[in-house]
Design a protein around this ligand. Structure first.
Ligand code: FE2
Length: 272
């Protein structure tokens, strides 16, 4: 049976709970839907490409160091079609296996896996999110090797060659595909911080406890930047989750902390 979205969602939910991986799955899904439209695919194929994109890191949370070694047999047992399994396996080409991307779907997945991470990280840094993000801003970040360093520039270059697309063209497709999911991937425009509302007295600040990486942590840091610095996290390489919302640490640097805030910090990743 050809992979459908409900089926991909059901299968990924059996293996994956990490919110960063779900965001990555949504990003890749959006990109693949846009690539399918770019290649003139009919609506049912647009759904199938999106479903393959959503499911592509099926085994990554359970087996990060044996990525894609636990995908083929399990998905076959679930009744996923061979062409869809092959497409998923081919995103590990030259990384964890030698399954060469051959079809447009496979080449698009190979590209989207890395490029979506770069587009996402670029959009996260902006107050307006992905709403008015231009390809040229992402091209600039592509050239800055220190930015989202884990998004492999080599893989992105290789995938453009496979697809026969210019970098800016591939980026435009990804932006277009990722926009509809902005609400679930942390890329909506952010309202200007209402800092007055949360101003604390010095006394209140000295008695403040927040939950950091799941642990009660005392701090007198006024804002996210000061707290991260206290805890040795480089803001330009991190994404934070503050009270359930995922944003780039840079963009949230000036956000004030309050007693009982829940903060998690992650390095920027592009998934598996
Ligand atoms: Fe991935």
């Amino acid at each position: 049976m050809k992979l459908t979205l409900p089926e991909a969602e059901r299968l990924l939910a059996t293996t994956t709970t990490d919110p960063r991986l779900i965001v990555h799955a949504l990003n890749v899904r959006g990109c693949l839907e846009a690539f399918a439209r770019h290649f003139g695919q009919p609506p049912e194929e647009v759904e199938r490409w999106g479903a393959v994109g959503y499911l592509h890191d099926y085994d990554y949370q359970r087996f990060p160091s044996e990525h894609l070694a636990h995908t083929e047999v399990e998905l076959r047992a679930e009744g996923v079609e061979e062409a869809d399994i092959r497409a998923i396996l081919s995103h590990g080409w030259m990384l964890v296996n030698d399954v060469t991307p051959q079809t447009d779907l496979e080449k698009s997945l190979y590209c989207a896996d890395e490029l979506s991470g770069l587009v996402w990280a670029t959009a996260l840094m902006r107050p307006s999110g992905i709403s008015d993000l231009e390809p040229r801003s992402v091209v600039k970040k592509f050239k800055d090797k220190k930015f989202a360093a884990k998004c492999s520039r080599d893989v992105i270059r290789r995938s453009e060659e496979l697809l026969g697309l210019e970098l800016a063209e591939a980026i435009a497709i990804c932006i277009d595909g990722m926009r509809p999911y902005a609400g679930r991937t942390g890329l909506l425009p952010r309202p200007a911080a209402d800092s007055e509302k949360h101003h604390l007295t010095q006394q209140e600040r000295e008695n403040m406890t927040i939950k950091y990486q799941g642990k009660e942590t005392e701090t007198s840091a006024a804002n996210v930047a000061a707290f991260l610095e206290e805890n040795g996290v480089a803001a330009n390489e991190a994404v934070i989750e503050l009270d359930g919302e995922i944003v780039a640490a840079n963009a949230a640097a000036g956000t004030l902390l309050h007693n009982g805030a829940e903060l998690n910090a992650f390095r920027i990743v592009s998934g598996g």
